[in-house]
Design a protein around this ligand. Structure first.
Ligand code: NAD
Length: 254
């Protein structure tokens, strides 16, 4: 087993709510000091306060992951306040769903910018601390949508892109004790899937019920399902797993 680094600081992007908030909670419970990063510090307040209440060490960080300067400042502040980050969870994400023939270019760009440019900037900025520590864990949020999903040509392409990004990180950073893996969630109950239900014109409860019927374990996922997976991939004992895509979807994916 790889020796655990002395630094136990993790960054979770998009951690104000949903999957990111659950991941931040879980990593704090695992003993990490957790930087809760989202578009503005105010939105991080709930996550930060509940982590503190549970006895965790944390800070709120306001930054747009697609903005180079904001990312650089944010990672610098995190390193100063919590210690050098050696775990990075690239979770921040948006959807701008539309069928290809009517998708404006700015909906394509917005999705690419948050998922791909955001993960690239955050990883480039954070890896220097990991390389110095000769230890690191990078976990990127992909999706079952990477395999294709009607109405999500931009999101699907971005999530497939996250997989190539992850595999290349694994190759380039492996020699420094750093692993990189991607998680591909299926249906997880968050505001993102709530918005999908709205787009489809059905109630969220009905959407959940219908979706669960098509999932082998007969339920939709919860943010905690993804948090548990991140917890394992972020652990020292996962050090021989790298460049993998782990679908967490209640059944196999094609
Ligand atoms: P969510 O909408 O509940 O939360 C996303 C968070 O990301 C929000 O707090 C938002 O403010 C933040 N964010 C958006 N743009 C940002 C930016 N530029 N900089 C910083 N933060 C930003 O979504 P979720 O369902 O929790 O999804 C989290 C991740 O999991 C996303 O990458 C999503 O694509 C992925 N995912 C979700 C599902 C699902 O079913 N919910 C399935 C597969 C993959």
């Amino acid at each position: 087993m790889t020796a655990q680094t002395s630094s136990r600081t993790a960054i979770v992007t998009g951690a104000a709510k949903g999957i990111g908030a659950a991941v931040a909670h879980r990593l704090a419970a695992d003993g990490f000091s957790v930087a809760v990063l989202d578009l503005d510090t105010e939105s991080c307040r709930d996550t930060v306060e509940s982590i503190k209440k549970a006895g965790g060490r944390t800070m709120a960080v306001g930054a747009d992951v697609s903005d180079e300067q904001q990312v650089s400042t944010a990672v610098g502040n995190i390193a100063d306040e919590l210690g050098a980050p050696t775990v990075l969870v690239n979770n921040a994400g948006i959807t701008r769903d539309n069928l290809l023939f009517k998708m404006p270019a700015d909906e394509w760009d917005a999705v690419m910018n948050v998922h791909l440019r955001g993960a690239f900037l955050m990883t480039r900025e954070t890896q220097r601390h990991m390389v110095e520590a000769k230890y690191g864990r990078i976990i990127n949020l992909s999706s079952t949508a990477a395999l294709g999903n009607r109405g999500q040509v931009n999101y699907s392409a971005a999530k497939a892109g996250m997989q190539g990004f992850t595999k290349t990180l694994a190759i380039e950073l492996g020699p420094f004790g750093i692993t990189a893996n991607a998680i591909g969630p299926g249906f997880i109950e968050t505001d993102m899937t709530r918005a999908t239900a709205e787009r489809l014109g059905i109630g969220f409860d009905e959407f959940i019920e219908r979706s669960a019927k098509a999932i082998p374990v007969r339920r939709v996922g919860q943010p905690e399902d993804i948090a548990a997976t991140v917890s394992f991939l972020a652990s020292a004992e996962a050090g021989f797993i790298s460049g993998q895509v782990l679908y967490v979807a209640g059944g196999p994916t094609d």
